[in-house]
Design a protein around this ligand. Structure first.
Ligand SMILES: *[C@@H]1O[C@H](CO)[C@@H](O)[C@H](O)[C@H]1NC(C)=O
Length: 309
C-alpha cells in the first residue's frame, strides 16, 4: 500500500489558485463585482496544534452544549450497529473491531446541523461539499473502535470525491473514564505524561480525552496526498459512563456532486454475482450494500430493480 498513487485534484486546485493570485480582489461597495456570502467565523485562539505526525489539532469548545445535545437527540432513536468498510471491496461489513452503534445524518438536515457543517468547512479550510454526511456514534461501557485508518484503499468508495483527506471528530459527551482517541503510530518523540485518569489503552500513543464540545481534526493524507500511516487511530473502550461523538469525513474533491452524478447516471450492477445475490434475497437482507442509501451507491441496483434505463 506504500506506493499507492491517488489522483491529485488537490494539487490542481492548488496550482489554479496560485495562477490566479494576481487577480484583483473585488472592491467593497462595487455591486457588480462583489459576492455577498455569509461570513462564518471560528476562534483560532481555541485551537491547539497537537502533533505533526500525524497532523492533528484540537478545538476546545467547538460545539456548544446545546449543539451537542441536539445531535444526540436527533440520532438517539435511529442508532444501528456500526459497520466497517471492507478494505478491498468497500462493502460495509459487521466487525468485532468496531462495537459501537451509529447513524448518518443528512447534510444540512436542519439549521443547527447546517451551521455546524459550515463551521467545520471554515475551520478546516476545506469546502463544505467535500464533506460526507455526519455520522453520530454511541459507545456504551466496554465498546470501542480498534485502531484503523480513515483513508480509503478500495476503489469503490473513492469514486465519491476521491480519498478522504481529513477527519473532524466531535465529542458530544463527557466520558467518566476511557473512550480516549488514541494514535498508536504517533511520533514517539512526542512526550505526553499520563496520570491514572487515562485508561491503559490510551498509553498506546498520543491520546485525546473526550470532552463535550471539543473537536479533534486530523489528516489521513500527507500534504502531497499520499497516505499517512501515522494517522492510525482508535477509540479506547469506555470504562465508565458512555461516549457520544460525531464524525465528519472530508474528501479531496467534491463528495456531494460526484455522488449525485454517479448515482443518477448508471443503472448497472457493479458485481457479476448481483443477479444471483438478488435471487437469494440479498436486496432485502443486505440493502445498504445491494441497493445503497442516500449517501452510498448500491452495488446491485440493476438486479434489485431500483433504477431504470
Ligand atoms: C510524499 O511525502 C512523503 C513525506 O514527505 C514522502 O516520504 C513521499 O515520498 C512523498 N510521496 C510522493 C509521491 O511525492
Amino acid at each position: 500500500m506504500g506506493s499507492q498513487h491517488f489522483l491529485t485534484p488537490f494539487f490542481f486546485i492548488l496550482l489554479s489558485v496560485l495562477s490566479v493570485s494576481s487577480v484583483k480582489l473585488p472592491v467593497l461597495g462595487d455591486d457588480a463585482n462583489t459576492i455577498h456570502v455569509p461570513s462564518i467565523r471560528f476562534d483560532p485562539t481555541r485551537v491547539t496544534q497537537l502533533s505533526w505526525r500525524p497532523r492533528a489539532f484540537l478545538y476546545k469548545g467547538f460545539l456548544s452544549d446545546k449543539e451537542c445535545d441536539h445531535l444526540i437527540n436527533v440520532a438517539r432513536d435511529k442508532m444501528t450497529k456500526s459497520m466497517v468498510a471492507d478494505y478491498e471491496s468497500g462493502k460495509p461489513v459487521l466487525s468485532d473491531i468496531r462495537t459501537s452503534s451509529g447513524m448518518f445524518l443528512s447534510k444540512a438536515q436542519d439549521k443547527v446541523i447546517a451551521a455546524i457543517e459550515a463551521r467545520i468547512a471554515t475551520w478546516t479550510f476545506l469546502p463544505y461539499e467535500n464533506g460526507e454526511n455526519m455520522q453520530i456514534l454511541h459507545y456504551e461501557k466496554s465498546q470501542k473502535y480498534e485502531p484503523h485508518f480513515d483513508y480509503l484503499l478500495d476503489k469503490y468508495n473513492q469514486q465519491f470525491g476521491g480519498n478522504r483527506v481529513a477527519t473532524v471528530l466531535m465529542y458530544l459527551s463527557n466520558v467518566e473514564k476511557g473512550g480516549e482517541t488514541v494514535f498508536p503510530e504517533s511520533d514517539p518523540t512526542l512526550f505526553q505524561p499520563k496520570d491514572e485518569s487515562w485508561s491503559e489503552c490510551a498509553q498506546m500513543g498520543y491520546a485525546v480525552k473526550p470532552k463535550k464540545g471539543d473537536a479533534l481534526l486530523f489528516f489521513s493524507l500527507l500534504p502531497n496526498t499520499t497516505i499517512d500511516t501515522r494517522s492510525l487511530h482508535g477509540s479506547c473502550p469506555v470504562i465508565e459512563g458512555e461516549k457520544w461523538s460525531a464524525t465528519k469525513w472530508i474528501h479531496l474533491g467534491d463528495f456531494d456532486n460526484s455522488y449525485k452524478q454517479i448515482y443518477s447516471q448508471k443503472c448497472s450492477d457493479e458485481n457479476e454475482k448481483c443477479s444471483m445475490w438478488a435471487k437469494l434475497g440479498e436486496c432485502e437482507k443486505n440493502p445498504l450494500y445491494m441497493v445503497g442509501s442516500e449517501t452510498v451507491k448500491g452495488q446491485c441496483r440493476k438486479s434489485c430493480n431500483v433504477c431504470s434505463s
